[in-house]
Design a binder for this molecule. Structure first.
Ligand SMILES: [Zn+2]
Length: 174
Protein backbone atom coordinates (compact mmCIF):
# COMPACT_ATOMS: atom_id res chain seq x y z
CA UNK A 1 0.00 0.00 0.00
CA UNK A 2 1.41 3.37 -0.98
CA UNK A 3 0.43 5.66 1.86
CA UNK A 4 2.21 8.61 0.26
CA UNK A 5 -0.78 9.07 -2.03
CA UNK A 6 -2.68 10.44 0.98
CA UNK A 7 -0.21 13.29 1.32
CA UNK A 8 -0.17 14.41 -2.28
CA UNK A 9 -1.60 17.84 -1.62
CA UNK A 10 1.44 18.76 0.49
CA UNK A 11 4.47 20.52 -1.05
CA UNK A 12 7.02 18.12 -2.53
CA UNK A 13 9.71 19.10 -0.02
CA UNK A 14 7.38 18.10 2.80
CA UNK A 15 6.40 14.91 0.98
CA UNK A 16 10.02 13.80 1.00
CA UNK A 17 10.08 14.16 4.79
CA UNK A 18 6.76 12.35 5.08
CA UNK A 19 7.95 9.50 2.87
CA UNK A 20 10.94 8.94 5.15
CA UNK A 21 8.51 8.53 8.08
CA UNK A 22 6.15 6.02 6.49
CA UNK A 23 7.65 2.96 8.08
CA UNK A 24 6.31 1.34 11.28
CA UNK A 25 9.27 1.90 13.60
CA UNK A 26 10.05 5.39 12.34
CA UNK A 27 6.46 6.51 12.55
CA UNK A 28 6.04 5.01 16.02
CA UNK A 29 9.15 6.88 17.17
CA UNK A 30 7.84 10.11 15.72
CA UNK A 31 4.65 9.75 17.77
CA UNK A 32 6.39 8.50 20.92
CA UNK A 33 8.64 11.54 20.93
CA UNK A 34 5.99 14.06 20.07
CA UNK A 35 2.96 12.65 21.88
CA UNK A 36 3.99 10.13 24.56
CA UNK A 37 0.46 9.89 25.98
CA UNK A 38 -2.92 9.15 24.50
CA UNK A 39 -6.03 11.13 25.38
CA UNK A 40 -8.49 9.91 28.02
CA UNK A 41 -11.66 10.77 26.15
CA UNK A 42 -12.92 7.27 25.41
CA UNK A 43 -16.32 7.85 26.95
CA UNK A 44 -19.06 9.71 25.14
CA UNK A 45 -19.73 12.18 27.95
CA UNK A 46 -16.06 13.17 28.26
CA UNK A 47 -15.84 13.51 24.49
CA UNK A 48 -18.98 15.63 24.40
CA UNK A 49 -17.69 17.95 27.16
CA UNK A 50 -14.41 18.34 25.30
CA UNK A 51 -16.16 19.34 22.05
CA UNK A 52 -18.59 21.57 23.90
CA UNK A 53 -15.78 23.77 25.24
CA UNK A 54 -14.56 24.47 21.70
CA UNK A 55 -18.03 24.95 20.36
CA UNK A 56 -18.97 27.44 23.08
CA UNK A 57 -15.79 29.39 22.71
CA UNK A 58 -15.66 29.69 18.93
CA UNK A 59 -19.10 28.94 17.54
CA UNK A 60 -21.40 30.79 19.86
CA UNK A 61 -24.05 31.39 17.22
CA UNK A 62 -24.39 27.75 16.28
CA UNK A 63 -27.12 26.00 18.29
CA UNK A 64 -26.24 23.56 21.02
CA UNK A 65 -24.36 20.40 20.08
CA UNK A 66 -26.79 17.55 20.45
CA UNK A 67 -24.49 14.56 20.37
CA UNK A 68 -20.87 13.52 19.82
CA UNK A 69 -19.78 9.91 19.54
CA UNK A 70 -17.36 7.45 17.98
CA UNK A 71 -18.44 5.07 15.26
CA UNK A 72 -16.96 2.33 13.13
CA UNK A 73 -16.44 2.42 9.43
CA UNK A 74 -15.06 5.88 8.91
CA UNK A 75 -11.82 6.21 7.12
CA UNK A 76 -9.73 9.21 6.22
CA UNK A 77 -8.27 7.52 3.21
CA UNK A 78 -11.42 6.33 1.51
CA UNK A 79 -13.81 8.95 2.72
CA UNK A 80 -14.10 11.03 5.80
CA UNK A 81 -12.77 10.38 9.24
CA UNK A 82 -15.38 12.45 10.89
CA UNK A 83 -18.89 13.41 10.08
CA UNK A 84 -21.14 16.24 11.09
CA UNK A 85 -24.82 16.55 10.62
CA UNK A 86 -27.62 18.97 11.09
CA UNK A 87 -30.98 17.31 11.12
CA UNK A 88 -34.15 19.32 11.12
CA UNK A 89 -37.07 17.91 12.99
CA UNK A 90 -40.57 19.15 12.94
CA UNK A 91 -41.64 19.39 16.54
CA UNK A 92 -45.07 20.80 17.12
CA UNK A 93 -45.04 24.04 15.18
CA UNK A 94 -41.27 24.39 15.43
CA UNK A 95 -38.40 23.14 13.35
CA UNK A 96 -35.54 21.98 15.52
CA UNK A 97 -31.98 21.65 14.23
CA UNK A 98 -29.83 19.02 15.88
CA UNK A 99 -26.08 19.30 15.55
CA UNK A 100 -24.18 16.07 15.80
CA UNK A 101 -20.57 14.94 15.33
CA UNK A 102 -19.49 11.38 14.64
CA UNK A 103 -15.79 10.59 14.91
CA UNK A 104 -14.04 7.54 13.57
CA UNK A 105 -13.26 4.90 16.11
CA UNK A 106 -9.69 5.17 14.87
CA UNK A 107 -9.16 8.28 17.00
CA UNK A 108 -10.59 6.72 20.16
CA UNK A 109 -7.08 5.72 21.19
CA UNK A 110 -4.93 8.54 19.90
CA UNK A 111 -2.97 11.58 21.05
CA UNK A 112 -5.13 14.45 22.23
CA UNK A 113 -3.70 16.70 19.49
CA UNK A 114 -4.86 14.28 16.80
CA UNK A 115 -8.36 14.14 18.25
CA UNK A 116 -8.34 17.94 18.52
CA UNK A 117 -7.55 18.33 14.81
CA UNK A 118 -10.55 16.19 13.90
CA UNK A 119 -12.90 17.89 16.38
CA UNK A 120 -11.89 21.35 15.14
CA UNK A 121 -12.37 20.18 11.55
CA UNK A 122 -15.87 18.85 12.15
CA UNK A 123 -16.94 21.84 14.24
CA UNK A 124 -15.75 24.22 11.50
CA UNK A 125 -18.08 22.43 9.08
CA UNK A 126 -21.05 23.70 11.05
CA UNK A 127 -20.21 27.11 9.63
CA UNK A 128 -18.42 26.29 6.38
CA UNK A 129 -19.55 23.24 4.44
CA UNK A 130 -16.72 23.18 1.92
CA UNK A 131 -12.99 22.90 2.38
CA UNK A 132 -12.48 26.45 1.19
CA UNK A 133 -10.31 29.30 2.41
CA UNK A 134 -12.87 30.45 4.99
CA UNK A 135 -13.08 26.91 6.33
CA UNK A 136 -9.34 26.64 6.95
CA UNK A 137 -9.25 30.15 8.40
CA UNK A 138 -11.85 29.09 10.91
CA UNK A 139 -9.90 25.91 11.72
CA UNK A 140 -6.77 27.99 12.32
CA UNK A 141 -8.72 30.44 14.43
CA UNK A 142 -9.85 27.59 16.70
CA UNK A 143 -6.47 25.90 16.63
CA UNK A 144 -3.50 28.03 15.44
CA UNK A 145 -1.44 24.89 14.77
CA UNK A 146 -4.24 23.30 12.75
CA UNK A 147 -2.26 22.51 9.60
CA UNK A 148 0.47 20.70 11.52
CA UNK A 149 -2.12 18.81 13.55
CA UNK A 150 -4.01 17.78 10.43
CA UNK A 151 -0.76 16.37 9.05
CA UNK A 152 -0.23 14.49 12.32
CA UNK A 153 -3.79 13.20 12.09
CA UNK A 154 -3.05 11.77 8.64
CA UNK A 155 0.23 10.29 9.87
CA UNK A 156 -1.59 8.80 12.83
CA UNK A 157 -4.04 7.00 10.54
CA UNK A 158 -1.08 5.46 8.71
CA UNK A 159 0.41 4.46 12.08
CA UNK A 160 -2.83 2.71 12.92
CA UNK A 161 -3.05 1.02 9.50
CA UNK A 162 0.51 -0.22 9.89
CA UNK A 163 -0.61 -1.93 13.10
CA UNK A 164 1.66 0.26 15.23
CA UNK A 165 -0.89 2.25 17.21
CA UNK A 166 0.72 1.94 20.64
CA UNK A 167 -1.92 4.21 22.22
CA UNK A 168 -4.20 1.18 22.32
CA UNK A 169 -2.09 -0.61 24.89
CA UNK A 170 -3.71 -1.02 28.35
CA UNK A 171 -0.98 1.06 30.00
CA UNK A 172 -2.30 4.08 28.15
CA UNK A 173 -5.76 3.62 29.59
CA UNK A 174 -4.82 4.19 33.20
ZN1 LIG B 1 -14.13 18.09 6.02
Amino acid sequence: MNYLQYFQHYPSSLQAQIEALLEPSKLANYFKNKYPQGHQLQHTQALYDYCHVYKNKYLKNVPRLHKVHYAKGRDLMTGTLGHHSQTRKQHGGKVKTRYEIVLSQLVKHAPEAVLRALVVHELAHFKELDHNKAFYQLCCHMEPDYHQLELDLRLFIVLDKLGSNFYQSPAQQL
